[in-house]
Design a protein around this ligand. Structure first.
Ligand code: ADP
Ligand code: MG
Length: 276
């Protein structure tokens, strides 16, 4: 599939009756961690995947990135069966920022962000591939994520938050149609959390980027997302707009604790706090 000609008539991602089990050497029939899940992500939307620890959020994201392959059901990427696409095809369309970002190879941050351009040069057989446009795109992604001053630093020698920003910069440099992010703000200070939220919104509006983010931060999700999917034990509990999902009875049922929901004074979106 040519990433420039993706059919807009199809949803960005369509998940139908998907079930996934991690294989086990000890259990013949391991329990499913995603069970008969059906969900559609419209092109150009920002979707938040929420749920308690272990509810299957990261597993679902890895299925969408085809890091894992589902055992049952189907996943379509712009109308095409994801299993029939090559990894190179997928990489030109989907960028994935995983939750665990341990880096073992000592690349500099600049080199690493530039690697985001690689899928656009597949087939060049490893010869010189970066052109001035690639450098400009990598530079702009580093500016967006405030890591330009770290460009010559090794990725192994920066803080967790700096590493996370560099990895998001690489994903942006990939110029994907769909960006999948697993807890993108987990290690970030407030300033950089706000930056990420604004950058995602800007890319969504300017470039029509479809964003799927897993977050524990219900307020960030409520403020940033058009649609939310709430999971529990690998099943969909609720989907809809933040107003439809961020409701005290829904959250209390899933998280098993009392929550207060009021409205954000500026945006008017639902805001969650704990009655401690
Ligand atoms: P979440 O991201 O919502 O916290 P995960 O998708 O990571 O949840 O995990 C869902 C379930 O799958 C959990 O019960 C978790 O223990 C299990 N799980 C996650 N990764 C593996 C793995 N590599 N092997 C076996 N079980 C796993
Ligand atoms: Mg997770």
């Amino acid at each position: 599939m040519n990433s420039e000609e993706y059919p807009v008539t199809f949803p960005a991602l369509s998940v139908q009756n998907v079930t996934y089990r991690y294989q086990s050497r000890f259990a013949k029939n391991p329990e499913a961690v995603i069970t008969e899940l059906s969900y559609t992500i419209e092109a150009g939307s920002i979707v938040g995947i929420l749920g308690p620890n272990g509810s299957g959020k990261s597993t679902l994201l890895k299925l969408l990135a085809r890091v894992f392959t589902k055992q049952e059901g189907s996943i379509e990427l712009f109308g095409q069966n994801i299993e029939q696409l090559s990894q190179a095809d997928i990489a030109r369309i989907v960028a994935f920022v995983p939750q665990e970002t341990q880096q073992v190879f000592p690349f500099t941050i600049g080199e690493m962000v530039l690697m985001g351009r690689f899928p656009h040069h597949a087939g060049l057989g490893g010869c010189h591939w970066e052109d001035p446009e690639d450098l400009a795109i990598a530079q702009s992604a580093m500016q967006d994520l405030d890591v330009v001053h770290l460009a010559d630093r090794l990725i192994t020698d920066v803080s967790g938050g700096e590493r996370q920003r560099a990895i998001i910069a690489r994903a942006l440099a990939q110029h994907p149609k769909i960006l999948l992010l697993d807890e993108p703000t987990a290690f970030l200070d407030l300033h950089h959390q706000l930056d990420i939220a604004r950058i995602l919104r800007r890319l969504n509006q300017d470039r029509g980027l479809t964003v799927v983010l897993v977050s524990h931060d219900l307020n960030l999700a409520s403020q940033s997302c058009d649609q939310l999917l709430l999971l529990d034990h690998g099943q969909m509990v609720k989907r809809g707009t933040p107003e439809e999902v961020i409701m005290p009875d829904v959250l209390e049922q899933v998280y098993g604790c009392a929550v207060l929901v009021d409205r954000h004074p500026q945006s008017g979106m639902p805001r969650v706090s704990l009655p401690v």
